[in-house]
Write a protein that binds this ligand. Structure first.
Ligand code: ZN
Length: 501
């Protein structure tokens, strides 16, 4: 056992405890705190965040980290400890590269820009927001510039913060494939999908019954109620305190049957990942998912790959119909499956179907690349955005609110994040392909037995937390690193079968 690591451990444990406390306040803030609590509680959250930063970034930790990076010390570390040291070094590199004064300035500015974005979206006035966006971009370029090594593109610094396995080269190959194969497929599917009657989905569905059914669905896919709770919030999300306390939320809309059901399956996918992380690494720097993309791969695996398949619904569709007989009697399983997989070109990313989803991400990725290559004026962004929607989807937003203003991410400087959603979606189909080679997945689904599927994910992916990165996980479980061919093949097979193309 490394003596140096032994000294580091209690220091990291303290910062994890502070982070847990902060997370708990944030959970409370978004689920059950009274309306007027926000202003006062945010002060507490701010102090806890400060203390967390101080406990992580200080001379004691810095000295130990430096020592642990020496070759002689590295030899004494276990693979988990090495991963923790690597993660800690990453945190230091990210935070110490920016002068604290500039970082504080940026955070203050970002909260103003975020408010301006929100108002501009409401008023549908991009020009009111553009100067703020411009300054946010300047900050991000400057900060990325501090960390650029070997003449790399500053955009890659940002991409690397979300997943070190996916740089511009990898993403370009991935997205070119999707563009060439999926855009024509979406056009063919859209023509046929027009005739699918989905009115049943928008009838009135009793919210109390929805809550009960969603609870059933969470348990059905493997959410462990002894280690987790479900609450309500404006936007569904997952929050983990550690692997024995993972919390998810859902939102219930009276006139939309699918919304809450697929959200709960999605968040359960995130939660199952966190619950399956080994006890030995929970509440350490590697005690979360491998990357944002990997996390999203698990939620989408449950939501889309399993949750939108006919095999998944076969054992439980009768239960759904008997929960809402007034609306669903006469809607066959086949009709329902076509309904939940209805696809068409559309403008809003968060409402997109499984087939068109990646195209939304590609557009954002291409625009971000242009921004960081200095190839576009910020004032011109709506035009570029609309042109791309016309080119790839065949439709043009009529307002900026349903165009470039729809996402909040850029307003607080989150550039390089969008590709993670697409990576996650594609990783999910790659895992599905290799899982099917190893076990009869469809048969398990038809029997209503999801345990072997969950155990497969636990043993091959979840338990490692962030000890392995995305490509290491894929290589170990599938025998090869990320390969977008699986995703294209999955979508083609699924939609050609569904729509008899
Ligand atoms: Zn998610």
């Amino acid at each position: 056992m490394s003596k140096t690591f032994e000294k580091l451990q209690p220091l990291l444990e303290k910062s994890m405890a502070l982070q847990t406390a902060r997370n708990l306040f944030e959970w409370d803030d978004q689920t059950s705190a009274p309306f007027e609590a926000a202003e006062y509680t945010s002060k507490v959250i701010g102090i806890l965040s400060d203390e967390y930063m101080k406990s992580m970034i200080n001379d004691d930790v810095r000295k130990l980290l430096k020592k642990l990076q020496e070759e002689k010390e590295q030899e004494e570390l276990t693979s988990t400890q090495k991963a923790i040291v690597k993660e800690l070094a990453k945190t230091y590199e990210q935070l110490e590269s920016i002068p604290p004064e500039e970082y504080r300035e940026f955070n203050e500015y970002a909260s103003i820009a975020n408010r301006k974005w929100s108002k501009a979206k409401k008023d549908n006035k991009y020009e009111d927001y553009a100067p703020y966006l411009k300054k946010i971009i300047e900050y991000k370029k400057k900060f990325a510039g501090y960390r650029v090594r070997n003449n790399k593109n500053p955009y890659e610094v940002l991409l690397g913060d979300y997943d070190e396995c996916f740089m511009i080269k990898e993403l370009d190959i991935f997205f070119e494939k999707v563009k060439n194969e999926i855009i024509p497929l979406l056009k063919d599917v859209a023509k046929k999908a027009e005739t699918i009657d989905k009115n049943y989905n928008y009838l009135s569905y009793d919210v109390a019954k929805q809550k009960e059914f969603c609870r059933f669905l969470a348990g059905y896919v493997g959410f462990d109620f002894n280690r987790g709770v479900i609450a309500e919030s404006a936007h569904p999300f997952t929050m983990q305190l550690h692997n024995h306390d993972v919390r998810i939320t859902d939102r219930y809309l009276e006139n939309n049957l699918e919304s809450a059901m697929f959200s709960i399956i999605h968040e359960s996918g995130h939660a199952i990942y966190e619950m399956n992380i080994e006890d030995a690494i929970t509440q350490t720097l590697v005690g979360g998912g491998a990357s944002m993309g990997m996390h999203e791969s698990q939620s989408r695996f449950y939501e889309n790959v399993l949750g939108r398949s006919v095999e998944f619904w076969e054992p439980i569709y009768d239960k759904l119909v008997s929960t809402y007989p007034e609306n669903l009697t006469g809607i066959t399983l086949d009709h329902f499956i076509k309904g939940i997989n209805k696809a068409a070109p559309n403008l809003i990313r968060t409402e997109a179907d499984e087939l068109s989803y990646c195209i939304h991400i590609i557009i954002r990725y291409e625009v971000e690349k242009m921004i960081f290559n200095d190839e576009v004026d910020i004032e011109e962004l709506p035009k570029v955005w609309n042109q791309k929607y016309q080119e790839y989807m065949g439709i043009t937003p009529t307002t900026d609110a349903e165009g470039i203003l729809q996402d909040t991410h850029w307003s607080y400087g989150e550039f390089g994040y969008f590709p993670s959603y697409a990576i996650g979606t594609a990783v999910a189909s790659q895992i599905f392909a290799c899982m099917k080679e190893k076990m009869p997945v469809d048969q398990y689904l038809k029997e209503g037995n999801l345990t072997p599927i969950r155990e497969f994910l636990r043993d091959n992916i979840h338990k490692y937390g962030a000890v392995k990165n995305t490509n290491q996980i894929l290589k170990d479980v599938c025998g090869e690193e990320f390969n977008a061919d699986y995703y294209v093949a999955y979508l083609k097979e699924k939609y050609e079968k569904l729509y008899n193309l």
